[in-house]
Design a protein around this ligand. Structure first.
Ligand SMILES: [Zn+2]
Length: 482
């Protein structure tokens, strides 16, 4: 009797414990569901957009929307190895020295060394690994690294890249392709068009037009950005239909993007009118958008008579026959949101860096406006067609460029009021190893706050660039990337 009572008590206790456990799992969101899993992830990269570009834009136009984002951090951008990549002599590359916050604010020349460039930075931001400068999507031992587009596709999501510079330039290529060097544009474009399973690729590189969007009468520009001139003609004539192409005697077949094993042809969009059409209503399944201009949407257009590098933005009116980055983004999101499982997209303000390299203050501010408008377009899309509870939006830069410090070193950009050129000065024509900014909003944003374990005396807490995709892999349940 005594034994059976004990057994009864034991059984009762087990039942109570089970009920409590079950209750705990049922009532709290539980370990599995409490970890955020954003349906859509949007990464926007201002190429070469240092903190001072953002500050200059804030002063000239009024604060950018990102200033009100809930998570604001800094990012260290240095590569694994710096220097110019030379396949024949890899000893030229040295291990990068990292980022030392104390040195960065003690020695003004410290940041001019060991900086990254867009290929290594894009690789870090897309795959979670730092690599050699100029390398696309490969590790320091040349292993192929899986990028965010590939991970998204493996989850049945859609994926794409949108930029205002050529589609095969380092940043978009770094989110899609794999190559030992960024200058193999034709190989990169070929990979993007025929090996990747991306649903959307938008950017410049149209060989039939110059940088003013003028159709060339004689010879075309180099077709490398879109792989090959014959391929370009075939893409145009076979838009939306053709699945096999011949480039230099090799046959290339488009991939299947939806998992039904049927190859999905690219629908080519080039005119401003057709870009606008993409912005609403039904869209083709797979879109290649190449506006009618060569290397950038607007940054490369000729300077008018009155414009100098120091002139305010829009001294020379923009070329109205081209889509804006914001219009491309609106159309691109309309293509990607057809997938009920969600999507990943990388959107690049690519020419901020180009203006910085040329030390063009006004053009840099024009590109900041274009990027800021694209951010507003994305935020409006989230509010109308998604929600911050299912979409994660990350704005960052791949590196600083121009050592932009307003006058003397470490002198901040001066606020001269709205629509007045801010006081700023370029101190370099190249990149630096300065920290850049990161602004995060939406599902999972708070995880980035958790990961920011290092502190800079001026910029505050910072993360490594490679952490940005690592956390997305984890949130998506794909912590193992190879
Ligand atoms: Zn650059």
């Amino acid at each position: 009797m005594k034994i059976s009572l004990n057994i009864a008590v034991l059984i009762l206790m087990i039942l109570i414990v089970q009920a409590l456990c079950f209750n705990a799992v049922a009532q709290s969101p539980g370990t599995k569901s409490s970890f955020p899993n954003p349906k859509n992830v949007i990464i926007m990269i201002g190429d070469g957009m240092g903190f001072n570009c953002v500050k200059a834009a804030d002063y000239f136009y009024g604060p950018m929307q990102i200033e009100s984002f809930p998570v604001k951090l800094a990012v260290a951008t240095y590569p694994a190895k710096s220097g110019e990549f030379d396949e024949k002599d890899t000893t030229k590359l040295s291990w990068a020295a990292g980022y030392n916050p104390s040195m960065a604010w003690k020695d003004s020349l410290y940041l001019r060394k060991d900086f990254t460039e867009s290929a290594a930075a894009a690789t870090a931001l897309a795959t979670g690994r730092k690599t050699y400068n100029n390398v696309i999507g490969l590790s320091v031992t040349y292993d192929t690294l899986r990028n965010l587009c590939e991970i998204a596709k493996s989850l049945g999501k859609s994926a794409g890249v949108i930029t205002c510079v050529p589609i095969s330039h380092a940043t978009p290529a770094g989110f899609v392709a794999h190559n030992k060097t960024r200058i193999h544009y034709s190989e990169l474009a070929t990979y993007m068009l025929f090996s990747s399973r991306c649903d959307l690729i938008m950017g410049c590189g149209n060989p039939e037009f110059d940088d003013n969007g003028k159709k060339l009468r004689g010879a075309w520009k180099d077709s490398k950005y879109v792989a090959d001139s014959n391929l370009w003609l075939s893409l145009k004539s076979g838009s939306g239909i053709q699945t096999s192409f011949i480039i230099k005697d090799k046959i290339y077949q488009v991939t299947d993007v939806s998992g039904d094993r049927i190859p999905d042809p690219w629908t080519l969009v080039t005119s401003e009118k057709d870009f606008r059409k993409l912005m609403s209503g039904k869209t083709p399944k797979r879109v290649l958008g190449i506006p009618e201009v060569y290397s950038t949407l607007q940054q490369g257009r000729d300077f008018g008579k009155n414009e100098t590098k120091n002139s305010p933005p829009f001294t020379t009116p923009v070329n109205p026959i081209l889509p804006t980055l914001a219009e491309m983004v609106r159309g691109g999101l309309n293509v990607l949101d057809n997938n009920p499982k969600g999507f990943f997209v990388m959107i690049e303000g690519g020419a901020i860096d180009w203006a910085n390299h040329d030390n063009q203050k006004g053009r840099m501010l024009e590109e900041m406006r274009s990027f800021s408008d694209a951010i507003d377009t994305v935020a409006a899309w989230v509010n109308k067609h998604s929600s911050w509870n299912e979409t994660l939006l990350i704005i960052t830069a791949d590196h600083e460029c121009g050592d932009l410090w307003g006058g003397n070193t470490y002198t901040p950009v001066a606020d001269n009021g709205k629509n007045k050129m801010p006081g700023l000065k370029y101190n370099s024509k190249d990149h630096t190893n300065a920290l850049v900014g990161m602004w995060v909003k939406g599902k999972g944003a708070e995880i980035y706050n958790l990961m920011a374990g290092e502190t800079d005396p001026v910029r505050g807490r910072f993360v490594q660039n490679a952490v940005i995709p690592q956390l997305i892999f984890m949130m998506w349940g794909k912590p193992v990337t190879f």
